[in-house]
Design a protein around this ligand. Sequence first.
Ligand SMILES: [Zn+2]
Length: 326
Amino acid sequence: MEKSVETFKESKHFRLHRVADGVFAAISVPGTGSVGNAAIIDLGDKTIVVDTFTTIQAAEDLQAAAISVTGNSASYVINTHWHSDHTSGNQVFTPNAPIISTTATRDIMAAFGVNRINEQLTNLESIFRSLDELEEKLQKEKDKKLQEEMKWGIASDREYMKILPNLLYTLPSITFDRGLSIHGSERSVQLFSFGGGHTQSDTFVYLPEEKIAVMGDLVLSKHHPVLNHANPKEWLHILERIESLDIEIIIPGHGEVCSMEQVYQVKGYIKDIMTLVAESMESDTNIDDISVPEAYQDWYFTTYFKTNLKKVYELLTAPERSIKVD
Ligand SMILES: [Zn+2]
């Protein structure tokens, strides 16, 4: 039965794209409560939601979209990794839909994730103060693209701060390590984890028949990949293994629906960051003086370029420091 996206009324948090029969990408609208992308997959007799955005409201819209385009509320929710823009909306879907992640992702959420929320709740004033400071910095910023990105960041953070007191940090209740399949009456999905690259443990969702993959933040489109919690070498290995799969369409963790082209781009980006840091160390120059290469100047998440360089520098000079979670 053909189901139409038109039956879903717009959400301010995301745009819903029908990628294939039964497969929908919820692409984040910048500056709202989504921040990351999500996906809805209609298995026929059950519905899968992949990732749950940053705020309760955005996740509620995602559940409404799932009901609208599949006729069912989510039966299972998958967290591709532990970052809050992919997990903070979990509470909207439970207890009806169990949350699924890797064992390692759940472990990090249970320890570090819970602590982080508690820390935020005890430091509300300083968080609001730093947002005000960012607001002042924005007034002085001359670069139009940076201005826009800062505005989005501040607006999304303020959305998150609004829901923080109501946040029930919700852990996955089904875990796996390497792979898991979910079969429905009309289609099936395969969950894969090739280890940790972007975070300590990353999952992606693969539909072999449709040749579609929902990649979480292993693959971003026109956004700087985020290396804050990354193992760059493992990330490259994971992307190499992904290359051996038959994939035509990718729903990335951030940015528009894309293709294998973005897998190659992310690989190139990680290699470039590693090379730039190595060259800077060899010539004894400061990594802070490295500017964004031409190829990445129109990519978003600009502020991560500097933190990515710093992360790789730390890995090369003090690897023991980089093991910590943040
Ligand atoms: Zn993300």
